[in-house]
Ligand binder design. Structure first.
Ligand SMILES: [Fe+2]
Ligand SMILES: [Fe+2]
Length: 199
């Protein structure tokens, strides 16, 4: 299988940097510099929010919740300006800033079919899963007059079967991500509906 954005690497960041994170404002500053596209910014904020909520519901400590949040918030940071170098550019930036390797690894594995890096940790797998499903559910919310309000799982599933709707979202990736996370597509959809980001 040919990878569109091969990273050709297995190690990301250094264990010496465990616990080194960007603050919320440092992360937002980076996004302000790099991302001019509001839709992309919303997508990353949504995924960051879902990651944080998931870690919060698992009762992980605050530091871990923040790590989950940052992985979601920054995962597509380079997509706007350097699509051909996605996600190499953000990985290198976080490595040069000596950021926690868990964040960098999660970002590196958010698209195994594109980057050739397998999601391994729970955080890796959830980033992959939320990335795929949240974009789809959000696209569906935009075509509904009431947005997320009253949205039901079955409505989303119907759209998933309609291949012409949000055609750029890979159904294979959604299925693959759900299997790897061992959380059904239905549960993932429910989670996104319940924990939508109010912009
Ligand atoms: Fe991406
Ligand atoms: Fe994404």
């Amino acid at each position: 299988m040919e990878l569109s954005h091969p990273l050709n690497r297995k190690e990301f960041g250094s264990t010496e940097n465990l616990g080194n994170v960007l603050s919320e404002s440092e992360a937002m500053e980076l996004l302000e510099d790099w991302v001019k596209n509001d839709k992309l910014l919303f997508h990353m904020r949504q995924v960051g929010h879902l990651m944080k909520r998931f870690a919060e519901l698992k009762e992980y400590e605050d530091e871990v919740q923040h790590i989950w949040y940052l992985a979601g918030l920054l995962h597509d940071a380079d997509w706007d300006q350097w699509p051909d170098d996605h996600c190499r550019k953000i990985i290198e930036e976080l490595e040069s800033r000596k950021i926690d390797p868990r964040i960098i690894k999660a970002i590196a594995s958010h698209g195994p079919r594109y980057f050739g890096v397998e999601p391994e940790s729970e955080m890796d797998k959830m980033l992959y899963a939320f990335d795929e499903i949240s974009g789809f559910v959000h696209a569906y919310s935009l075509m509904r007059p009431q947005g997320y309000e009253g949205m039901e799982i079955k409505g989303v599933k119907k759209r998933l079967k309609d291949k012409s709707f949000a055609a750029q979202v890979s159904r294979d990736d959604i299925t693959d991500a759900s299997e790897r996370a061992e959380i059904s597509v239905e549960e993932l959809i429910q989670f996104v509906i319940e924990n939508q980001l109010r912009s």
